[in-house]
Design a protein around this ligand. Sequence first.
Ligand code: GLU
Length: 291
Amino acid sequence: MTGFITRFAPSPTGRLHLGHAFSALTAFDAARVAGGVCLLRIEDIDQTRCTPDFEAAIFEDLTWLGLDWPQPVRRQSDHFPEYARALERLARAGLVYRCFKTRKEIAEEIGRAPHHPGEGPEGVVYPGPDRPLSEAEEADRLARGDVFAWRLSLKACREALGARYDALVFTEEGEGPEGEHGDIIARPDLLGDVILARKDVGTSYHMACVHDDALQGVTRVIRGQDLYFATHLHRLLQALLDLPVPVWRHHRLLTDETGRRFAKRDRSLTLEALREAGMTPDAIRARVGHG
Ligand code: GLU
């Protein structure tokens, strides 16, 4: 097996657009230059938004771009029990807790806290409950069938890892949004007690991504800077689950002429639309700076 394994991991929630093409070409080209491999992974744990048609379109669009990848392609929705086992491991170690609070209740609780961190780079930072739910209260809410989310307790993680908690480092070969590069101290507190699973979806992007990167032997995580802060959490999850630690290479986000990020709403910039308008794969490469 080669020493350089990266991946492109789209979610089939829409057609791929120029931003995805940039990300895919960045990962596939890096693997080629390094004499390594780029895997394709389908991140479809959100079964309400992902569709088989969009998955088929991913294969079609990437093949049209001239890319190919090892088979079989890992599809996350085929592996829910594995993610559940990883979550169970955290639960057994007392590192996650059931949170029954609604978004509104969380916002109110944060508002009441004297030194609340407020908004972090990934939105509202939930620093954890003022007071943990008692076993009786929890049993009662479960018996009522109330909806809950599994949150990672940073307080418990800190206790479990001791001095290691503040010394978790990840290597950035690319660049974070503020030009971060080199060895970086992971700061999961920037994100707070994040949701790692929901009652109905037994996992999350974070859990499934970290689990799969390790399982698939990924040595380089190449992805957009929009996921830079997720890396601070992923590094912690790797420490908690004793997983190997890859090197990260975050890349800039492609923007249009007005500096706006490409998004699903830009229908005309889907690879399908550009292909139908007569654009060639080489022209796409040139357009995103991979000519
Ligand atoms: N599935 C994620 C997305 O489409 C990418 C995850 C990753 O590269 O870590 O944004």
